[in-house]
Design a protein around this ligand. Sequence first.
Ligand SMILES: [Fe+2]
Length: 444
Amino acid sequence: MVPVHAAWAFLGLAPLLVLGVPPIWTQPEQVHLSYPGVPGSMVVTWTTFNKTESKVEYGLLGGQLFEMTARGNATLFVDSGEEKRGMYIHRVTLIDLKPAATYVYHCGSDVGWSDVLSFTALNDSTNFSPRFALYGDLGNENPQSLARLQKETQLGMYDAILHIGDFAYDMDEDNARIGDEFMRQIQSIAAYVPYMTCPGNHEAAYNFSNYRNRFSMPGQTESLWYSWNVGSAHIISFSTEVFFYIQYGLELLFKQYEWLKKDLEEANRPENRAVRPWIITMGHRPMYCSDDDQDDCTRLGRKDTKPPAPGLEDLFYRYGVDLELWAHEHTYERLWPVYGDKVYNGSKEQPYVNPKGPVHIITGSAGCRERTDRFNPNPKEWSAFRSTDYGYTRMQVVNKTHIYLEQVSDDQYGRVIDNIWVVKEKHGFSFFFFTLGIDLFLAV
Ligand SMILES: [Fe+2]
C-alpha cells in the first residue's frame, strides 16, 4: 500500500503530468530575425521566461564557429490576460555584416543557448534582386502553407518574408500561450530570413501589445509602421488598424499619415527614386477586394473616412506608389492597375507594362482556423484574377524596371496558378499624371 504522504506528493505532481514537462526558463525559444534598415545589420529576437543575458555568438559559414559576440538587452513583456504571464523579449543587433555572406549563429546566454542557426546578410547593392514570400493570415491551427514555406526557406528560395498581418489566431489567447506557440512554429522560417511584419485586426487585443512586444521592426514605432530599402525597392509597412481601432487613439491615425507623407516625400526625392524607383506598400486590410464580406474593403481610406481622416488612396497615387500588398481576405486576388475605382491599364494588350495606376495584390490565404473566404459572384471591372485556394505569393524585384509576382496554390501541391510581370520604365506621380493626360486628350 502506498503511504498517504507519498500519495499526496504524487497528486502534487499531477498538474505537471497533465501539462507536460515545464519549460527550461532560461532556454531561448521563439527565435526570429528582422532587418533594421541599416545595411550590414540584422536583429535577432527571442524569448526566455527568466531574466538572462542577451548574447548572440556568430561567425561566417566555414570560418571559426562563434568567433564574434554581440550583446543586446531584454525587455519584460507582461501579457494583459488573467494570469499576467511575463516573458523576456531579447533583442541583439548584429552590425558590420558582409553583404550576401552567410553567418552561423546561436543566441542566448551562458544559462541556455538556442540551436545553431544561420542567415545570409542582405546584399546592400541597389542592383540586388531580392526574392520574397508574401502572405497574411497564418494561424496556429490549420497553417496549411507553413510546411511548404519552411521547405522553400530551407532551400534558400527567399531573402525575406513579408507577413502582412494576422498571426496565430490570436497571440493573446490562452494568456499569450497561443502567441508563444505561433512564434515557435515560425522559427523554422523566421530564424533564417528576416521576417518583416505589419499588424492586422487579430493583433488588436490589449492595444496590440503582443504584436508590439514580440516583433522588432525598424524605427521607433513598436513595429506599427516603418520603411526599409532592399535592392531597387523602398518598402513601406503600415497599420490599417489605426482606421478601425480608434479607441486606442485617433492620434495614431494622423501620426501615421504624417509619417507616410514624409516617408513618401523622401522616397520621391529624385536622387532616391533614381536608385530605388519601386515603392511598395504593405498593409493588412485592403482598399479593394471582391470578397463577399463587403465592409472591409470599402472602409479603408480610399477617400476621406469617418471619423474624419485623410484617405490613403490619393496619397499613394500622388506619390506614385507602384505596388500595394494586402491580406485580411482569406483569398488571393490580383487587380488591374486601379485608382478611384477605375482601371488604368498600361495598354489593352499589356496592362502591367507602364500601368497608369498602382497595382494591388491581396494575399491572405496562408491558412488559419477561419478557413478561406468566398467571393462576390459579380466582381467589379478592376478584379483580374481570383482564387480561394490556400497559398501564398512569391515576388522578385528583379531590377529597376521589372517585378515578377506569382501565386502558389498549396491546395494544388505548389502549382503556380497566376503570375505577372509589372514593367515600369518610368515611375512616380508625373508618369501616372502624364499618361492619364494623354488618355484624356485622345478621348476628346
Ligand atoms: Fe484580418
